[in-house]
Design a protein around this ligand. Structure first.
Ligand code: PBG
Ligand code: ZN
Length: 326
């Protein structure tokens, strides 16, 4: 053959491959999620999410102290409680485990630890929906009011970043306005901008005890048949005051991540969700693939698609096992 171009030349040896590789996965951009619950001395592994625990505040502070030694510096907290009612009162009362944990963590670790917190009602409503039910429907505007109060409470507790995952219309603007009016000007809003209604949330709903009792989330989360709608959501969240825009889930939505990368100057985040994590764990535990290789391939692909920040349950394993240079 008389070929003008032979791409294999640049793949011949590890040194050459390292010379030309394009996407680097860096630990600085990864966030580890945690589930915080009521009570004391609770530390229970979540079925379907091996290595991930539901913990009371006392236990969580110890876990995070250990994780800081592994050099985890960015965390995201989700609340879990049995105290549920129609108006999600436990989302922002004094006993809320996320509010208590955030106060303690910020007191203990200050700016050494970046604490982001979930803003959503589904862990606290008796319906299990992300908003408030009015006549059998999730009502947008009254839900936004409660979500805004919740975000302000989280910001006041010291949360560095609030992350609304509810997908109500107008909530980013309402939260930004409320934060400004209270001089909470440092609080970062990481918006779940394109959050799809996905089966890959299965293990999370088990973990957070937040599955909707009736119906599904398709009336507020996005339809996975849609692509341009994500850009519409992006334009809204940008104009309403988001600092970081997120795509969720990650792996089945790399096209959306790539679209975001090309359409915004804001940092793009992706949520490598519970079902994606569990799939890797199950395959590895069954002996059909290598966990380290799957994790690095998945997270690098999310990076290559255009996400800067990745929220991933794999972070602790990566650091513990030294899968990449910390
Ligand atoms: C709740 C919420 C969900 C996730 C993050 N926040 C579940 C859902 O919308 O049903 C999913 C995270 C994961 O699967 O890891 N608003
Ligand atoms: Zn929710």
């Amino acid at each position: 053959m008389n070929l003008n171009d032979r791409p294999r030349r640049l793949r011949r040896t590890p040194v050459i491959r390292d010379l030309v590789f394009e996407s680097t996965l860096h630990m600085d951009h990864l966030i580890q999620p945690y589930f915080v619950t009521d009570g004391t001395e609770v530390h229970t592994e979540i079925p379907g999410l091996s290595g991930i625990f539901r913990e009371s505040v006392d236990s969580l502070v110890k876990t995070i102290a250990d994780d800081i030694k592994l050099s985890i510096k960015k965390v995201m907290l989700f609340g879990v409680t049995d105290r549920k009612d129609p108006v999600a009162a436990s989302a922002m009362d004094d006993d809320n485990p996320v509010l208590r944990a955030t106060q303690l963590l910020k007191k203990e670790f200050g700016d050494e630890l970046f604490v982001s917190t979930d803003v959503c009602l589904c862990a606290y409503t008796d319906s299990g929906h992300c908003g408030i039910m009015v006549k059998d429907e999730v009502d947008n505007d009254s839900s936004v009011e409660l979500l805004t109060n919740m975000a302000v409470a989280l910001a006041e507790s010291g949360s560095d970043c609030v992350a609304p995952s509810d997908m109500m219309d107008g909530r980013i603007g309402a939260i930004r306005k409320a934060l400004e009016s209270k001089q909470l000007t440092k609080t970062i809003i990481m918006a779940y901008t394109a959050k799809y209604a996905s089966s890959y949330y299965g293990p999370f709903r088990e973990a957070a005890n937040s599955a909707p009792g009736k119906g599904d989330r398709k009336g507020y989360q996005m339809d996975f048949r849609n692509r341009s709608e994500a850009l519409r959501e992006l334009a809204l969240d940008e104009s309403e005051g988001a600092d970081i825009v997120m795509v969720k889930p990650a792996l089945a939505y790399l096209d959306i991540i790539s679209d975001f990368r090309r359409h915004t100057k804001l940092p793009v985040a992706a949520y490598n969700v519970s079902g994606e994590y569990a799939s890797v764990k199950f395959l590895a535990q069954a002996g059909f693939a290598d966990e380290k290789q799957m994790v690095l391939e998945n997270l690098t692909a999310i990076t290559r698609a255009g996400a800067k920040i990745i929220i991933t349950y794999h972070l602790r394993d990566i650091l513990k096992n030294e899968w990449i240079g910390a």
